[in-house]
Design a protein. Sequence first.
Length: 609
Amino acid sequence: MPFEAWFTLAVLAMIIVALISNRIGMDVAMLGGLILLMATGIVSIETAVEGFASQAVMMIGGLYVVAAGMRETGAIEIAANKLLGRPTSETEAKIRLLGPVALLSGFMNNTPIVAMCIPLVRNWSRRLGISASTLYMPLSFAAILGGRLTMIGTASNLVVIGLLTSYIAQDHAWLANVGITGPLPEWLLFFGVGAIGLPCVIFGIVFIIITSKHLLRDRVPVDSVSLDAKTYQTEMIVQADSPIVGSTIEAAGLRQLPGLFLSQIERSGVVIPAVGPNEILQAEDRLGFVGVLDSVVDLRRVRGLEPATDQTQKLKGSSSSRTLVEVVVSANSPLVNQTVRNSRFRTRYNAAIIAVHRQGAKVAGKIGDIRLRIGDTLLLDTHVGFLESHRNDPDFYLISQVDESRPTRHNRAMIAIGLLILMVGLLIGGSYINIPPILAVWICAILMVFTRCVGGSVARSSINLQVLLSIGAAIGLGAAMDQSGAADTIVGWLMGSANEMQLHPSVMLAILFVIANVLSQLITPYAASVLMFPIVMQTSEMLQISPLAYVFTLMIAGCNFSTPIGYQTNLMVYGPGGYRFLDYARLGIPLTILVGAVCVIVAPLVFPY
């Protein structure tokens, strides 16, 4: 093996050690390794930077914008409630999530599916009081498994089918000896991998549901509510056109927000205390809540609920620039001993009080009737300029902006859902009208901004540069493995040794799976497929058996569960899940062994040698 190959493997080993140590970020480690390979001339600068301009990186960037549009309009919650319901436990959440994700991944790129589901999983985990890290990795793994259901499930599947079709068209004489005398039927090319992939998906998802709770650690802290957390008193009104009118408190999801208590309902002037879960909501109900800040913010995202005060509708400026701010009433403030209603707060500050917290005391009654005291914390609905304008205002002790508190654009929700459906349709059928996946994604991303489903600044900030840099660098490292000859040398040595031993075709099939899977972790499934395909065909010719079992096994072997760098969806959940490098191996290696075993057993049954 040449020096360049040894050096490339050494750099890759250093990157893996750095990631396992968890002392530096993934993007820094992978970029550092790529720069080292460029500096030594092992990979050219042109080849190294190709990954950052690749369709995968560009497409994921657009998907972040699409996901932001879905989140900002509340469309994710609407779609999730309709399609997936409201799980009541971690196991039920996995059952509801993993099956549909795997099925969709068989017919469209799994990257947008994972991108859409990340905010959904975050919301579920908060409501269930569980760590989101117990759901993010299963989400990615289900999407990877689902990509093995059809020819269009992944790019590597398409590559292998293209190589197989071209190989058969060259009229190799040995193919006639194993029963292949012409082009394979279209249905076999499209669904052939699914004959092996479907059992792998079923066994894989069952395995994930049963074992992930024990094999995955809670890397992201549960959004639990501490005993000393500030609790706010707030009022919301049910709008007449709200979709929750006629629903019970339980069905509307108003009992599932952590640290939030529905203390009373005022209906036509009559107060209903101690509200039960089966109470039916009616239009114009005034709901009194006591809860922590995060849950009060979440109430604003419930479609058809608005702050009970009409002052929010009278604020000056654009609604798209609105945010929530916390302020503490100072001793010199003219607000002291004034009721909220009589304080002329909106006139003075262009802000509306939507919730009040009083340290060590319960605040009862309507928001407008609360008499303000020194030290009261007020939650304000205002504009982004409030923070700068009143930072040194003697009326307040402390001012801070609440993160992720922009008002949800419910009136744009159906537009966002329509754009998502358009994107899915273009991803599935775009090849028939000459629209590539990257164009389909960015058409919808730009339309999300133009239709004001998401603001331009929010769209820009939603793009996770760490993930994009990591994926771009990973593609460059894969190219280095290929150009240096490291991948070719390793594969040739292993397969040559196996051929000399004249092993049974099923043993050779198992060896093929292992080599292809390991190789796809080191480079990419796409590159591994290209590298392994001629070896697969040579082995089939040597054994004089049909290559179909081997070819479709090559597609299944592209499942990358064992490392975060092996597949882009693994990278996408790496940060949000707070995972460490070895967390993937803990669940991914047993899952890989299971999928490999199912594949080696099923493939010869479906496609006999």
